[in-house]
Design a protein around this ligand. Structure first.
Ligand code: SF4
Length: 79
């Protein structure tokens, strides 16, 4: 992630394997990473940050594809 933000100090994933957060397309869906996210205290902040910045991988317990769906839904609602 670029630009250090205060909430990142509480990111649980810094203590884990970063590769787990970048599952291959069609892979197991980042199950291990999602399990870490479920125990993380800053899931909402992380999800918002990933949505705004268009990151790929598991962030805030969601996959890239799930966030793209969220972004499309939000764009549709905003119209
Ligand atoms: S929600 Fe997941 S990806 Fe985001 S900071 Fe927490 S552990 Fe890391």
């Amino acid at each position: 992630m670029s630009g250090r933000l205060e909430w990142m100090d509480d990111a649980l994933c810094v203590e884990t394997d970063p590769e787990a957060f970048l599952p291959e397309q069609g892979g197991p869906g980042g199950r291990a990473a999602r399990a870490v996210c479920r125990r993380c205290a800053v899931t909402e902040e992380c999800l918002r940050f990933a949505l705004v910045n268009g990151f790929e991988g598991i962030y805030g317990g969601t996959s890239t594809r799930e966030r793209r769906g969220m972004a499309r839904t939000r764009a549709g609602v905003a119209r």
